[in-house]
Write a protein that binds this ligand. Structure first.
Ligand code: HSE
Length: 310
């Protein structure tokens, strides 16, 4: 085979209750990568779509993942890559992760190596380090595996990714204010210590989330869907945060919070009446920054190969 085209979906990290742990892939938005074998190294031949990202592979998350792929597998060839960005930059929708994941699965198919998901995850994560200055798995994991994922590490710091039920009834209203927030900066403002009472309540909320999705208890989710630790520290980065959240809550959302490091926000809902009400109420809301608002579902498939040409 000569050319492989791959897609990886956008993702919503943290899911309010699981900072750096829970993530969900979302339908209808993602990045595409087309890869062909080259003599050596990695060359980014084109980048199209709604984002300005570096052409230098060392500074590009997908490029970095491919360099890691070549080194880890001692490949005697390289790759030419073109990237089609469908995810806005620094939006909190996991764009850097999606490009890296799409590049990694394309390289895996092109090389015929059929690496394990865990290895593909590790390779994709090498891109995340350059984009946010830290390795967090809650965008790469859902983008690669699909669905809602829980990212864990064992006692030896090996990653364990667990896909959990997606509660197919859940719908997400995504609210994207037209501004960029650097993940690194949104992480740098976080305090490093957490009061014990908040830690306990947030652990309860995380436990309740996992129980809710396994037992399809929407009521339990509604009563406990609250980020007590990260959201209060990041809310001020997003203009009109409280008004937007109030609209979602008053319209009957299960909950509303920040997608990843923001500025995108999301409202979790369990029926189309509520999502429509949120969409129409947000259209009426006067905000200082333009909002894109749309409703989507969880993408249970995750990264996939779109085309193989020989
Ligand atoms: N868990 C990460 C954060 C996700 O919130 O900083 C960044 O997309």
């Amino acid at each position: 085979m000569r050319v492989v085209r791959a897609y990886a979906p956008a993702s919503l990290a943290n899911f309010a209750v699981g900072f750096d742990i829970i993530g969900a892939a979302i339908q209808g938005m993602g990045d595409e990568v087309t890869l062909e074998k080259a003599e050596d190294g990695v060359k980014i031949t084109s980048i199209s779509g709604d984002a300005t990202i570096p052409m230098n592979p060392e500074k590009n998350t997908a490029g970095k993942a491919l360099l890691e792929f070549i080194e880890l597998n001692n490949l005697e060839y390289g790759f030419n890559m073109s990237i089609k960005k469908g995810i806005p930059l620094a939006s909190g929708l996991g764009g850097s992760a999606a490009s890296a994941v799409a590049a990694t699965i394309a390289a895996d198919r092109l090389s015929g190596l059929k690496l394990s998901k865990e290895t593909l995850l590790r390779i994709s994560l090498s891109g995340e380090l350059i984009s946010s200055g830290s390795v967090h798995t809650d965008n790469v994991a859902p983008s690669l595996y699909g669905g809602i994922t829980v990212s864990l590490k064992d006692k030896n710091q090996n990653y364990i990714i667990q896909k959990i039920p997606s509660l197919t009834s859940l719908k997400m209203v995504m609210i994207h204010p037209h501004l960029e927030i650097s993940t690194k900066e949104a992480r740098d403002i976080l305090r490093q210590d957490v009061p014990l009472n908040l830690h306990v309540q947030q652990s309860m909320n995380l436990a309740a989330f996992i129980i809710s999705v396994y037992t399809a208890q929407i009521d339990l989710l509604k009563k406990t869907f609250d980020d007590l630790i990260i959201e209060p520290q990041r809310a001020s980065l997003i203009p009109d945060f409280s008004q937007i959240k109030s609209v979602c809550q008053n319209s009957g959302a299960i909950g509303c919070s920040i997608s990843g490091a923001g500025p995108t926000m999301f409202a979790v809902c369990d029926n189309a009446e509520v999502t429509q009400k949120i969409e129409s109420s947000l259209k009426e809301l006067k905000t200082s920054v333009k909002l894109d608002v749309w409703t989507t579902n969880i993408d249970t498939i995750g990264a996939r190969i779109l085309e193989v040409k020989s």
